[in-house]
Each structure stands twice: as structure tokens, then as C-alpha cells.
Write a protein that binds this ligand. Structure first.
Ligand code: IPE
Ligand code: IPE
Ligand code: MG
Ligand code: MG
Ligand code: MG
Length: 292
């Protein structure tokens, strides 16, 4: 398997579907433009790639999970628009371009985030209805709803804001990372398993994705410290400027790298038992060693 080729192919499938989902009529052009600016202007598409890869590895059809996977990308993109707002991390660059509020103003950026969140639920429910409300489709929508909310991503973002200027311990940090970033990554993987109809693998996929989610955010924290802004498409040093509690500020760089590697390796060993093609294990390594 040529991993990079396979990754590009999957990113292409996702990008095409995202574009087709954004052919919206009967909405003000300005809001669709702002949604597209953030959604279609870059991003690694890791969450939807995980969704379609798990579905495929477990014997499901990519087209059955694709809209749900794209719904997660919409929710993720909304979380980035709001995360960058002056009231939150106050960042000016994202995905290699000025942030939404810099281009459209704060009010439209807030609305673009709201719109992506709501539209994610619209496309998910359309998909549920299209599939005659079969339980696996309803279950996937429920998993995504829970992961996005106050016990998942939003809850983690609340902790992130409230932990500014506080020295938190490592256990608190792991909980925060699992929620703000891990929850959507876990949902991304789980829906692949659910849509493939492989309830027998749910516990393994949960374990894999929980380890990956923590590793992913630790690497994000490391890159905020030693990454290259041009490559990352976002400014480095944002966490320090905002007095964030991150793995790097609490444990230092070397220990953080060790932590990320440990979590990633545990994830990879589980991935080998799920995906015999080797793509998901290779993706796990790629996400650990990434520089953007
Ligand atoms: C950035 O996520 C924010 C986190 C949750 C760590 P990604 O690194 O997946 O960002 P994009 O989607 O590629 O821009
Ligand atoms: C963001 O974490 C997590 C979200 C849910 C958006 P960060 O604030 O570290 O993400 P970046 O570094 O701005 O992408
Ligand atoms: Mg943040
Ligand atoms: Mg941020
Ligand atoms: Mg960060």
C-alpha cells in the first residue's frame, strides 16, 4: 500500500463531497461564502478520513458514512472559527489564510460557525431519513451529537478557557484534551464502525481513538511551540500568548514528545488488529510525526 497516495485519494473523496454539500440555494449568499471560506480552504481532513477508513476496514461502504464524516468536518471547522475569535484564542491565521473574523468581521464569523454547526445536523438528519431511519444511521447521528456538546468538544473548550492562567495537573489536562479534541476524533472513528454494522468492534475502536485523540492534541501543543507557521497555516506561540495549560507548558517539550509517542504506539497496536490493509496504523504514525 502506498500510504501517501491512499491518503490523498481519501482526502479527495472528502473534499469533493464537502463541495457538493455546500451547493446551497435559498440562503443569503454572504453566509454561504463565509462558510465555504473556512470549510473549503484547506485542512487535513483527518476526521472524515478516519471515518471512511474505519468503515472500509470493517467491511462497510464509504458512501454510507461519507455524509456523517463530512458533518464532523463541518462541526470541526465551526469549532476552529469560534476558537480563533478575539474572545477565545484571538488568532489571525488559520489553514494558511486570515481567520474568518479578520475577513468577514466578528458577527459574520460567529454566524458562519453557527451555520456550519446547524448545517451539519441538517445533512445528518437528511441522511438518516434517506436511509429510512435505520438504527445504525440514527446511532451515528447520536454519537456525533454527544461528541460535539458539553460532555465533549464544547465541554473541553470551556475547560481550556477556564484553565488559562492556571497550573493544572496532568490528569486534568488529559481530561481536557480528551474532550476538546478527543471527542470528535473518537466520534469520527466510531461512526465508521457503526455504519459498517460492526458493533463487535466498538470497544476496540473506542480504545484506539481515545489514545489517538490525546496524542493528536499533544502534537498540536508541541507544534504550537516548535512548529513552522507557514507549514502549519496558523501562528505558533498562540498558547504561550494566551497563558494556556498545555502538555508543553506543564511537562516540557521532551516529556510531551514521549507522552505523544506512547499514546500513539498504543493506538497503533490496536489499529493493527482492526485494519489488515495497514492504512490506519500508517495514518497513526503519520499523525504523530506530522509537521502541520
Ligand atoms: C486543529 O485540528 C485543532 C485541534 C483540534 C487540535 P487539525 O490539526 O485537524 O486542523 P485542520 O483541520 O487540519 O485545519
Ligand atoms: C482547539 O485547540 C480545539 C478545538 C476544539 C477547536 P487549539 O486551540 O489548540 O487548536 P489550534 O491550535 O488553535 O488549532
Ligand atoms: Mg483553543
Ligand atoms: Mg486555538
Ligand atoms: Mg493548538
Amino acid at each position: 500500500m502506498d500510504f501517501i497516495n491512499e491518503l490523498k485519494m481519501k482526502q479527495d473523496i472528502v473534499n469533493k463531497h464537502l463541495e457538493s454539500l455546500m451547493n446551497v440555494e435559498n440562503a443569503p449568499k454572504s453566509i454561504v461564502e463565509a462558510m465555504k471560506y473556512s470549510l473549503l480552504g484547506g485542512g487535513k481532513r483527518i476526521r472524515p478520513v478516519l471515518g471512511i477508513s474505519f468503515c472500509e476496514a470493517l467491511g462497510g461502504r464509504i458512501e454510507d458514512v461519507l455524509t456523517f464524516s463530512c458533518a464532523i468536518e463541518l462541526i470541526h471547522t465551526y469549532s476552529l472559527i469560534h476558537d480563533d475569535l478575539p474572545a477565545m484564542d484571538n488568532d489571525d491565521f488559520r489553514r494558511g489564510r486570515p481567520t474568518s473574523h479578520k475577513v468577514f468581521g466578528e458577527a459574520m464569523a460567529i454566524l458562519a460557525g453557527d451555520s456550519l454547526l446547524n448545517y451539519a445536523f441538517e445533512i445528518m438528519l437528511n441522511e438518516v431519513v434517506k436511509n429510512n431511519c435505520q438504527p445504525r444511521f440514527v446511532h451515528a447521528a447520536k454519537v456525533i451529537s454527544n461528541a460535539s456538546g458539553i460532555t465533549g468538544m464544547i465541554g473541553g473548550q470551556v475547560m481550556d478557557i477556564q484553565n488559562e492562567d492556571r497550573k493544572v495537573n496532568i490528569d486534568e489536562l488529559i481530561v481536557m484534551h480528551s474532550m476538546k479534541t478527543g471527542a470528535l476524533i473518537e466520534a469520527s472513528c466510531l461512526i465508521g464502525c457503526i455504519i459498517a454494522g460492526r458493533e463487535d468492534k466498538i470497544e476496540d475502536v473506542k480504545e484506539y481513538s481515545r489514545k489517538l485523540g490525546i496524542a493528536f492534541q499533544i502534537v498540536d501543543d508541541i507544534l504550537d511551540c516548535i512548529g513552522n507557521s507557514e507549514k502549519l497555516g496558523k501562528m505558533v506561540g498562540s498558547d504561550a500568548a494566551n497563558h494556556k495549560s498545555t502538555f508543553v507548558t506543564i511537562l516540557g517539550l521532551e516529556k510531551s514528545k514521549k507522552f505523544a509517542k506512547e499514546y500513539s504506539e498504543k493506538a497503533k497496536s490496536i489499529a493493527h488488529t482492526i485494519d489488515s490493509t495497514g492504512f490506519i496504523p500508517a495514518l497513526t504514525d503519520y499523525l504523530l510525526n506530522r509537521d502541520y
